[in-house]
Design a protein around this ligand. Structure first.
Ligand code: SF4
Length: 257
């Protein structure tokens, strides 16, 4: 990320859509943006970086291309019905509307679109197209489990705890009303009963993938704590690695501001 940051003007002008050059460098590193999205990076520099392959970006982009190609060939009405999305056919043009992290996307036969433009966010393309083409069938079970309880997740658990759960408890340790406010801004619905916590909230990450946030605020004796839980059916609807990444992105938004 620092290597990318060094190529930027460091003026934090915001024209790339990121609040700062450092935030933009992180987006490039995690394949959510291209270096050429900064209008102040010389075209030759951007081209040189993108041609230096195989880079993580080019790998992710290949995955996104493959998943998108597969998703657009599927039966749209069937896929929308199975995934809880809205199907439309206007003048013979089929589309599926899907919401992820408070943003609206549309899959058409010519690809995935965001705000009527081809979606440039590689990870959104990967996660949405994979979710749609899977057409998971398992209904929600009501059993809430941590990421580590899904199979083959041992290598992700530590990173997930520090990039997601610890980040929330550090940021909102003594500010539960701030957490409550951010959760409702991000579409969360306060819940009670499932987990005994000071504050619990449910989010629809995707139509059939829910996230349950449980939070215990800090007091004189204990540090703040946070647990992020999922319905045990989630692995039928989304690849668990993608789920971990999606939640980390969600936490970045939650902790921002
Ligand atoms: S457009 Fe370029 S200079 Fe401006 S904030 Fe983004 S990365 Fe920084």
């Amino acid at each position: 990320m620092i290597a990318i940051y060094k190529k930027l003007p460091k003026t934090n002008c915001g024209k790339c859509g990121a609040a700062t050059c450092m935030a933009f460098a992180l987006k490039v590193k995690t394949a959510q943006a291209l270096l050429s999205d900064c209008p102040y990076v010389a075209a030759e520099t951007a081209l040189e970086c993108e041609e230096k392959g195989p880079s993580p970006f080019s790998n992710f982009e290949q995955v996104a291309d493959a998943l998108e190609k597969e998703a657009v060939t599927r039966d749209f009405p069937k896929m929308a019905g199975a995934t809880g999305c809205r199907f439309e056919a206007i003048e013979g043009r089929e589309s599926i509307a899907i919401r992820m992290l408070q943003r609206d996307y549309v899959l058409r036969k010519d690809g995935l679109f965001e705000s009527s433009l081809p979606c440039r966010d590689v990870w959104a393309r990967i996660i949405i197209c994979d979710y749609l083409r899977r057409m998971g069938t398992r209904p929600m079970t009501g059993d809430l489990i941590t990421l580590g309880h899904f199979p083959h997740t041992a290598s992700h658990v530590k990173a997930f705890q520090s990039n997601a759960e610890k980040k929330i408890s550090d940021r909102f340790g003594r500010d539960m009303s701030g957490l409550n406010e951010r959760c409702s801004e991000l579409g969360g619905k306060e819940t009670t009963g499932q987990v005994k916590a000071d504050f619990s909230c449910r989010f629809d990450l995707l139509p059939h993938v829910q996230l349950f946030l449980s939070f215990w605020q800090a007091d004189e004796e204990f540090d703040a704590g946070c647990k992020l839980l999922f319905d045990s059916s989630a692995s039928d609807h989304i690849d668990i690695e993608y789920l971990a990444y999606l939640v980390e992105r969600f936490v970045e938004e939650l902790a921002a501001a």
